[in-house]
Design a protein around this ligand. Sequence first.
Ligand code: NAD
Length: 276
Amino acid sequence: SKVPPIILNNGVEMPQLGFGVWQVPDDEAERAVATALEAGYRSIDTAAFYGNEAGTGRAVAASGLPREDIFVTTKLDNGDQGYDATLRAFDASLAKLGLDYVDLYLIHWPLPARGTYIDSYKAFEKLYGDGRVRAIGVSNFLPEHLERLIAETSVIPAVNQIELHPHLQQHAAREYHAEQGIATEAWSPLGQGKGLLEVPAIVAIAQKHNRTPAQVVLRWHVQLGTVVIPKSVTPSRIRENIEVFDFSLDTEDLAAISALNEDRRLGPDPATHDPR
Ligand code: NAD
């Protein structure tokens, strides 16, 4: 594969770059995922909430690739937190995906006011023990949520998938994850394509390397050592976004991108996000 693996804390290999499908309708997801698999992606990031597990699963099945060559992540929807509800939601996700295991299962949001992420994660541990998921983890957990999780459960999460891009560099979270052996995975790695790709410093680095701004930003993620899951439904961009393993940013480029941090979220604050 063109994409090197990250070794998770249980020894499982996860491609460092994958394909995200948030906001891709189910009937378009099959074609988008098929295009990504043809382009060389071997990791797909979906979620029950995205409503496109079925289309994602159809593309995986139609690809003709051996199941073990594709790393499939899905996520527990907020409304399904709790021990029994989590087990039922997992069965429903597997059925939609048409798979008999997933590679990585994540709690989508901590919803700390509900107090259900510990019970949900205990159900994850059961699924992991039963061999129905190869790795378990979380998404949008702040260090305080991880601390409680680690204190009250037995399997350290393999991954925390968080919003991360040059305007939100997440230094404290990445440091905490590294101390605990948790891989950091970046969502909205391109800043949702809103403005970040026009920032003059990024454009200048792209011109210097004869690359696109998106490739520069994705290469920055790769050099941070995080897992990254850019999304596009445009075939040329899907192909462009994986071509980031044949050039390197130098220390000057990295310093210029470091200087863009504004600690500015595009998405919700995990401490308070609790949609009903
Ligand atoms: P992203 O940062 O990947 O940006 C995607 C957008 O950037 C595209 O819609 C397009 O407008 C633009 N774009 C993509 N490639 C481009 C290119 N080569 N040139 C120019 N513009 C380009 O945003 P995202 O979709 O929010 O995040 C990626 C994935 O992260 C999602 O699909 C999903 O899988 C995951 N995610 C997870 C959570 C979570 O709560 N866990 C939240 C948001 C996203």
